[in-house]
Design a protein around this ligand. Structure first.
Ligand code: ADP
Ligand code: MG
Length: 442
């Protein structure tokens, strides 16, 4: 619909009677309207192909194509269907008037014409047409605005999800780093002192043995005490005990180190890091879920690390991605095993494989796969959607993979995708550029 202003409004008069044409066009012309004329329905239909009038005055009785047919054709054409049509008919013709409305006319005027009436009806319908066109425009505008607002709302929601999650991640990272820091000192204290403690013990035992050799006949008081204490057992067990304390302290030391590598809160900037360290620290943190327990069998982890250079990245965030993917694999394997018999599990034990490779001089890939239940095509299509989860309420949030996607794709200019053969294998592949300038170019 095009807008009408009264000054520029054009009216097409269609009539086979030259006298009628003359009278009408004079009257409309004097009222300041632009008038086009057509002597038949056929000419009128041709005319509207080149330019659209704002209103059409249409005679009913015409040779060849009559007014009704002309009107039908106008209404059938999307270009002309909105142009208001006013029929011109003889005073007595009620049936004609009805048919006129049926084929889509907005009004009729009767012959012989009353100039005043014609003018006011024409003006009224031009005005109506104009208002309808304006309403149409406003509606379109409103629809656009509604679409914009709902898009903005959706964006906001996504943003909030990401904010909440990154907030959670960073506070979790800070907590892990804090704990690691607090444990670090006392552990180093124990770890550091265990070595001299071992040496002192050895020396004391040595002196004891020397005493026994030099003084083979102890006094009765010592003799009684020696009988009460099984000295040989004590010597042997003390050494074992020190040894296991050593192993324990070493293990705590490793875990603390992993926690620090994992959280990397001190590194808000991109840094070139060894991603194998990141994967290993994540595995250490997840170790309690990989080990065999009375209620479930363990998960074997097979690592196949390629020769990779240092990768420029947000290490803490990338570790979060490894964590999400590995935790999902463990969840999937655990659930799978609950449905499998002991024999089935024995035949095909749970396994997670981690493989890293260079794809080119500029890109590396990390493949993390599990031999769990697999993912069907329908679920695969939704994996990276926020809130998509198949886990019970309280266990899954459905955010792990959507956050991982955001970290890999948006923060690092990389790719992440999943390939799966249901009942056999699920593999997540992360591809990232070694240097971030390459991500910008790509
Ligand atoms: N290794 C996998 N094997 C089978 N299904 C998986 C695996 N990894 C992810 N999924 C599916 O993807 C869904 C979404 O994962 P994620 O975004 O981490 O959310 P969540 O773990 O909270 O459910 C999971 O609920 C699960 O159905
Ligand atoms: Mg998850």
């Amino acid at each position: 619909m095009n807008l009408v202003t009264e000054q520029t409004a054009t009216v097409l008069i269609v009539d086979d009677n030259p006298a009628n044409l003359g009278v009408l066009s004079d009257a409309l012309d004097q009222a300041g309207l632009e008038v086009w004329v057509a002597k038949s329905g056929k000419v009128a239909l041709e005319r509207v192909k080149y330019a659209l009038p704002h209103l059409i005055l249409l005679d009913v009785m015409m040779p060849e194509i009559d007014g009704f047919e002309t009107c039908r054709q106008l209404k059938a054409n999307p270009q002309t269907k909105d142009i208001p049509v006013i029929f011109m008919t003889a005073l007595s013709d009620t049936a004609n008037k009805l048919e006129g409305f049926e084929v889509g006319a907005v009004d009729y005027i009767t012959k012989p014409f009353q100039q005043e009436e014609v003018l006011s009806r024409v003006k009224l319908h031009l005005k109506l047409y104009d208002l309808a066109a304006k309403l149409d425009q406003k509606n379109t505008l409103l629809e656009q605005k509604v679409a914009e607002v709902s898009q903005a709302y959706e964006d906001l929601q996504q943003m909030q999800i990401k904010l909440i999650q990154s907030e959670k991640l960073s506070s979790l990272g800070q907590m892990v780093a804090g704990i690691a820091h607090e444990i670090n000192n006392p552990v180093n204290f124990i770890y550091g002192n265990l070595i001299p403690a071992g040496e002192y013990t050895q020396e004391l035992l040595h002196i004891l043995r020397l005493y026994q050799q030099e003084y083979p006949n102890p006094t009765p008081r010592i003799q009684t005490q020696l009988e009460a204490t099984d000295l040989d057992f004590l010597q042997e067990d003390l050494l074992k005990l020190l040894n296991s304390m050593n192993i324990g302290a070493k293990r705590i030391h490793e875990i603390v180190k992993s926690m620090r590598i994992f959280s990397r809160v001190d590194e808000a900037k991109m840094k070139a890091v060894n991603i194998h360290e990141g994967i290993d620290s994540t595995l250490t943190i997840l170790n309690y879920r990989l080990k065999a327990k009375p209620e479930h069998s363990g998960i074997e982890v097979v690592k196949e690390y390629g020769q990779l250079p240092l990768i420029e990245c947000y290490a803490g965030q990338l570790n979060q991605v490894f964590m999400n993917i590995l935790a999902n694999a463990i969840d999937a394997l655990d659930e799978y095993n609950q449905q499998r018999s002991f024999a089935e599990i024995q035949k095909q034990p749970s396994r997670i494989s981690i493989r890293t490779t260079m794809i080119s001089n500029e890109w590396v890939a990390i493949h993390i796969s599990d031999n769990g239940p697999g993912i069907c095509e329908v679920k695969k299509a939704k994996l990276f959607n926020p809130f998509f989860t198949t886990k019970p309420v309280g266990k899954g949030t459905g955010l792990g993979l959507s956050i991982s996607h955001q970290i890999v794709v948006e923060k690092h200019g990389g790719n992440i995708y999943c390939q799966s053969t249901p009942g056999n294998l699920t593999e997540f592949v992360i591809q990232i550029p070694i240097q971030q300038r390459i991500a910008q170019v790509a």
